[in-house]
Write a protein that binds this ligand. Structure first.
Ligand SMILES: C[S@@+](CC[C@H](N)C(=O)[O-])C[C@H]1O[C@@H](n2cnc3c(N)ncnc32)[C@H](O)[C@@H]1O
Length: 274
């Protein structure tokens, strides 16, 4: 029955906007028809703000090649290609990959539609000095088994001494505070808001609301994302299990040491043993 406020009936643990939670484990492409909106939320300029971080990694670890295994719209690949790396990219979402193909048309970077848990299907015989999985892509896999499989698949694509770089917007601080509302980025013609639920210890559901101006008023787009809510210690355990070593944790792209209390990002650089 529809209550008086007009929202569909929902139990008290469920935010009213929670009309559809997309889980990648079910094979559902939750970036379908959302790629353009995502790209507007995370434009090219914000990715290029990470350039000096990657320049330092390239020099420190003698990197010459890179696989972005959740490449999204492709801006990291464009940046790393311009920085002189031999790049390749894959992503599970055909819509995101279509955008990456458009953005990277002139680069010749090979792009494949592939799950990062099964990278050997598309990249068998290929090895890279660096594999990246950025901007909260890994937590889209919502099971411990899936995360373990993904990290093993990423390690197998690395050369000896190669590095894996993972960046997540879910940090210990966020999981301690459990903010229900986060005001996201704003642009001239749109604003982004997050309404969050934390239904289980290792699960977070983020409802993204994008409000954009139209000629006659406003347009609303809502997407709900189901995440594996990974703390540093959990991620560390998974990396050890996948036989990575020398894990270095940062709280931002300026190499600030990760703090469970204050960091808004959880970034790890982990090395594949010789
Ligand atoms: C938040 S976006 C990040 C995209 C890009 N890395 C960036 O930094 O803008 C998450 C991306 O992960 C991809 N993704 C989610 N699960 C995946 C999986 N199992 N294998 C490969 N890509 C996946 C999505 O399709 C989406 O493009």
């Amino acid at each position: 029955m529809m209550p008086a406020n007009g929202w569909p009936d929902c139990n008290r643990n469920t935010f009213p906007l929670h009309y559809a939670v997309f889980r990648i484990d079910c094979g559902m492409d939750f970036y379908k028809d959302f790629a353009e909106e995502y790209d507007a939320m995370h434009p090219r300029e914000t990715v290029y703000e990470q350039q000096s971080f990657f320049a330092e990694l390239i020099s420190r670890y003698h990197i010459t090649s890179c696989l972005d295994c959740a490449c999204g719209a492709g801006w990291h690949l464009e940046m790393l290609h311009r920085m002189g790396l031999d790049c390749a990219g894959s992503d599970l979402s055909p819509d995101m990959l279509a955008l990456a193909k458009k953005h990277l048309a002139s680069t010749g970077i090979p792009l494949k539609c592939e799950d990062f848990r099964t990278l050997e299907r598309s990249w068998k015989g290929h090895r890279f000095d660096m594999v990246v999985c950025l901007t909260t892509s890994l937590p889209h896999v919502t099971t411990a088994k899936g995360i373990a499989t993904a990290l093993r698949a990423m390690r197998r694509r690395l050369n000896a001494n190669g590095i894996l770089v993972v960046s997540n917007g879910i940090s210990d601080k966020l999981l301690d505070i459990k903010p229900v509302f986060i005001a996201g980025p704003t642009f001239e013609d749109r604003a982004v808001y997050f309404f969050n639920e934390y239904p289980e210890t290792e699960r977070a559901v983020f409802h993204v609301l994008i409000v954009s101006k139209t000629a006659s008023g406003f347009r609303h787009v809502v997407r709900s994302m189901d995440y594996y809510a990974m703390r540093k210690d959990t991620l560390h355990g998974f990396l050890e299990q996948a036989e990575f070593r020398d894990m270095n944790y940062y709280g931002d792209f300026a190499f600030t040491r990760y703090s469970k209390r204050t960091s808004d990002r959880l970034i790890v650089v982990a090395q594949k043993p010789r």
